[in-house]
Design a protein around this ligand. Structure first.
Ligand code: TYD
Ligand code: ZN
Length: 398
């Protein structure tokens, strides 16, 4: 039996993607033999309702030297992190000499913006990436103590797309206990189970997303570790996220939005196995429809290209059995992915320019979380008669 990583109670499995590779391990074309696979399955804790992966990827196989960061190559995300910095500067970083810490660095946009405003800042990131002032470590009680000794307490610890990938949440909260000042807060944003279920966005499930939070499960997690969920905010990025604000227990009055969102989640049955089994049935339907559509299009002589070699696409390609026969290549702006093949599914990754050289008849939009931005940028594709294939919330062509 699998036990909840937070409260140690039984986790009930509701979907099994079976054998999956590491979503960020893009092999070179000739070196795809020794790939690591694990069983990707998800379940819900019968007690605290936290949805989580059934199996951990053993540390020795973890692909990243640090916190996973996907360079989204997106101007929308750049704006998002800049705006988030401005918001924090106005709300939380208002004291005489504030200090903000980011777990993982993303591309350093948030901390750089805070730094430009004269605010002391530090990234905690083992790989040293991010291009900002960085403490090279994972975030836990030990690194938090080092940081506090050198910088004093933090007003804000921020994390985007990071907390959901840290299997040992107790270590994170132990670090917060040490580093946050009495009125300091953890502000973190991650994919929202409510959106995943709403959109049947099953591709948010991959090795680096261990947890799929709700306000209810986050509230319960915070309480378990001596903290309190005091704020929730919906974010439009990455297909729908929630930003959670967590304070030391009893230090702040929780916003009414917290209880409202928990009520809404209860009404939607987000903690009910039946809802998740319904989600599972829809996922199976998407696989059937997508494989049939791509097969039909190819049989009719159409050309197809993938757009965006996202981590999410690893789950789609491997679960649906898509390979170069159905999707001959995928274009992506990330130099480190180009010239390689996608994990497990071995679809060659080509530079962004390959998309128009010549345009395919159909583009399978793996980076659907950036749909608006990409479709605006690729208007000429549509004008030339090209069509987008999307698979969330259902398989459809636009
Ligand atoms: P991301 O949004 O981080 O998703 P995931 O976490 O699933 O990897 O990644 C987006 C990917 O899409 C990234 O590899 C860059 C690529 N991309 C493009 O190729 N063109 C674009 O215009 C955008 C916005 C992204
Ligand atoms: Zn639990």
């Amino acid at each position: 039996m699998t036990r909840c990583r937070v409260c140690d109670q039984a986790v009930q499995e509701f979907f099994d993607f079976e054998r999956q590779p590491l979503s960020s391990a893009f092999p070179l074309p000739g070196e795809a033999d020794g790939e690591f696979f694990f069983r990707l399955a998800v379940g819900i804790c019968s007690s605290c309702t936290l949805v989580q992966l059934i199996e951990d990827v053993p540390q020795e196989h973890a692909h990243h030297q640090g916190y996973p960061y996907h360079s989204a190559g997106s101007s929308v995300m750049h704006k998002h992190f800049t705006q988030t910095a401005y918001d924090l500067l106005e709300t939380e970083l208002t004291g005489p000499d504030p200090f903000v810490v980011e777990i993982g660095a993303n591309d350093g946009v948030l901390l750089r913006t805070c730094g430009d405003a004269g605010v002391r800042h530090l990234a905690v990131e083992p790989s040293g990436a991010g291009g900002v002032r960085v403490h090279r470590a994972f975030f836990d009680a030990a690194s938090a103590a080092d940081i506090r000794a050198e910088n004093g307490p933090a007003d804000v610890v921020y994390a985007a797309n990071t907390i959901c990938g840290v299997a040992d949440l107790a270590a994170v909260f132990a670090g917060l206990d040490v580093l946050l000042g009495p009125d300091g807060v953890l502000v973190f944003e991650d994919p929202y189970l409510g959106e995943i279920v709403e959109r049947t966005a099953f591709d948010q499930i991959y090795d680096e997303h261990v947890f799929f939070f709700t306000a209810r499960s986050v509230r319960s997690m915070a309480e378990r570790f001596g903290f309190e969920l005091v704020g929730v905010e919906r974010l439009p990025v990455h297909g729908g996220q929630i930003r959670y604000t967590i304070a030391h227990a009893g230090r702040r009055v929780p916003s009414p939005a917290v209880a409202e969102l928990v009520r809404e989640e209860t009404g939607r049955g987000l903690a009910d196995l039946a809802t998740l089994e319904d989600f599972a049935a829809k996922v199976r339907g998407i696989r059937t429809d997508l494989v049939a559509l791509l097969g039909d299009l190819r049989a009719a002589g159409n050309t197809i290209a993938g757009y965006g070699a996202t981590a999410k696409s690893s789950t789609v390609a491997n679960y649906c059995g898509l390979g170069p026969d159905l999707v001959p290549f995928v274009c992506d702006t990330t130099p480190g992915k180009q010239g390689r093949v996608t994990p497990g599914s071995h679809i060659p990754v080509r530079p962004a320019a390959a998309f128009a050289d010549p345009y395919p008849d159909y583009a399978l939009l793996f980076a659907w979380n950036h749909a608006e931005e990409i479709m605006a940028k690729e208007r000429a594709f549509r004008a030339a008669g090209g069509r987008w294939i999307l698979y969330v919330p259902t398989v459809h062509i636009v």
